[in-house]
Write a protein that binds this ligand. Sequence first.
Ligand code: HEC
Length: 248
Amino acid sequence: MTPLSCLLIVLNLASVLMGRDLGWAQTIREESEQTARYLTTLLNAGRLVIEHNQPLINDPQKGDKGFTPETFEREILGEFFRLTSIDVNRPPAHLPALAKALLPILLESSKHVVADAQFVINQRGIGYKNFIPATFGSQAARKFSNRSQVKMKQTTLNPRNLKNQPDAYEERALKQLAAQPSSTGPVTEWLDDGKTLRTVTPIYYSQDCLVCHGDPKGTLDISGYLREGAKEGDLAGAISIQIPLNNP
Ligand code: HEC
């Protein structure tokens, strides 16, 4: 073998190995991004279930509402399946391993929030109980973040709840989302030399939200906060997720 062909073989081998390495890194990245999307969708599904059950939860005539963690679980799994065609309890082979590991943790965290709220939910004689999609979502995201290396949070510029205050990155992403049309989708970036995935997925106000977040601006809503004067379709906030590359 000539020295040249020897060199060519070595170069070829190196490029094959590097290519494989790059391919692997690419796969991990795509799987992390998919996982962030699924986690966001599951938290949103939980918010929707609370929203659909709001009249029941707020019913002052009724004591035991039957809105148990098990009822909630059935409904959130149904909602998630409707949105993704994925059954969390029987995940399809194509679901990334990271999502298979993390979705059940978020599901459990969400059920715990509903379990912890049973006393409040089942109180008779009280209408508004401050158990709404936003309080559910903040608590479920916090519990989930305490149980995994992935961080999840509901946030907005000028939050009502100071625990939802955006960090510098989230503030920049929220400003970007507020300035662009709602169809543009989430902000997704790899930071720290590609070691941390950050996604900030927008939530927009629908008509139902405006009874508390709409007009007249500056007046008290039923929850005791000042109305923001928001309009239908305005950016309400976002679900923010951070996934380290060496997860979870
Ligand atoms: C009954 C009044 C009420 C309604 C209706 C309501 N919200 Fe809220 N919203 C609140 C309260 C109260 C908070 C603060 C919750 C907390 O303490 O964490 C909040 C907080 C939020 C937050 C988190 C950021 C923050 O300010 O702390 C978002 C995002 C949000 N709401 C979006 C919505 C959307 C979207 C809708 C409609 C689907 C909606 N809200 C409907 C009362 C309401």
